[in-house]
Design a protein around this ligand. Sequence first.
Ligand code: TEU
Ligand code: CA
Length: 565
Amino acid sequence: MTEAPWFRDAVVYQIYPRSFQDSNGDGIGDVRGIIDRLDYLHTLGIDVLWLSPIYTSPQDDNGYDIADYQDIDPTFGTLADVDELIAQAHARGIRIVMDLVVNHTSDEHPWFVESRSSTDNPKRDWYWWRSPGESADGSPTAPNNWESFFSGPAWELDEVSGEYYLHLFSRKQPDLNWENPEVREAVYSMMRWWLDRGVDGFRMDVINMISKVTSLPDGEPIPGSPGLGDGTPHFLNGPRIHEFLQEMHASVFEGRAEKLLTVGEMPGVTVDDAVLYTDPARHEVDMVFQFEHVGLDHGDHKWDRRTLDLRELKTSLGRWQEGLAETGWNSLYWNNHDQPRAVSRFGSDAPEHRVASAKLLGTVLHLHRGTPYVYQGEELGMTNVPFASSEDFLDIESVNYYRMAVESGSDAASVLDNLRIGSRDNARSPMQWDSTGHGGFTTGTPWFRANPNYVEINAEAEVADDDSVFHHYRRVIELRHTEPAVGHGDFQMLAADHPTLYAFTRSHEGVELLVVANFSGDELALDVLDDLDGWAGSTLLLGNVGEPSSVTAPLRAWEARVLRR
Ligand code: TEU
Ligand code: CA
């Protein structure tokens, strides 16, 4: 047996720098703002910080459109600020993980500017250029029918050469051609440069999209979408993806002594794929972000929402636990900058249940086997945003969807409702630090309006209250550091068919933990568990709604307990 990897006992905290802390009053969060809040993060007890992109960028997709991988956007600060952030984080035992966005660049990246300049430019082949098809009336048509993730076709006609380029995301995010070995080496050398600078790893944006079927075949037509098709089978987990990741590992990570972390963001990844991606013997990535559990409340498409059934959530997360039990490793998350707020989605943001359900969610997630991720504000129980009108949405995906849907005849009021529930903007309102103006995020005019509930829900109030969501998260994180069964124990789901009880055990070297959680506002008796009496004399390690009358007493509204025997 080799030693278990360090990240099994670690908790990662994600910062969306735009919305975290503004230090200079321009209304946009920045690197100095992060430095100012390191003590807060240290108090919370997290081990790793993942920063969403801060590189030079025209900000078409809030920094996921990068124009220079080796410099910092002036909005966020300077390279010197980042050096200081790394040093100050390391001084507190916190590692820094950067976002790596290399499926695409910005169209303003010099690589693309050159590539687009002429068909015989040496960088022409660094992107996916194709000549147009021809429609009946002789006008140019896109090379295939793929739909972009941000609505409309995934191809843009370039006036200079009369050819199209591929962009799976916005037209300002052209896809890099990973078939070209020069592209791959340019990316690897940039990654080595960051590691040499002191960063501790990468969160790799849509990394399972970098290998495409090179013939770029049409996708299945999308119902109700005139002329567009679903290209995903031709670029998710594509033909050369494992080869590319292994090559990246050999060129960038091999032989480094530091304890690094690599996590691949992988829409559409299955458990079987994930076993391959995360098997340590294959040298690809440490863990992946999968999307199954955040798709369970989607209907036919992401904007068509349905009520989540807890049984489906348990089936899905349970299958991931089982599938990666022997080989590979899970990442665990409810939230990130692309997802609505967890407490509004999986818990209850009603005033009487918000605190308990936010604590319950933290307990359940962090007690699974895998590395947990906390998204800024989740540790405060921050909620979805009360959007008044379509103008309140700023995210390119949301804005494009609204325009397209209304243009194609959907009812504007129901499109707006879908956005309220599903928009990524729910995650992007400013971090709520205190009860002063704009929640203490900025002294200027914030780029995104603060959620008015900052008056009650904020870090200052929660740090001062030992009973807060913040201190509950702090305790859950501490439990991972002190109780080996949390990081290393085997996972066993219990009462899988129960509609409101989430229950499981973790066992490790003779220690057993039982987690029971009531996903409802009604009292819930625990006698559905076969071995309930066997837990009667156990120790309560963690609860969320005050002392229970006994460790096996019925659960109160949104109550969660962790027992140890
Ligand atoms: O997201 C990839 C992704 O597929 C989705 O989660 C996406 O946010 C969208 O909701 C699809 O409908 C990553 C980043 O996390 C996201 O912020 C970027 O916009 C995207 O890649 C492009 O870089
Ligand atoms: Ca600023």
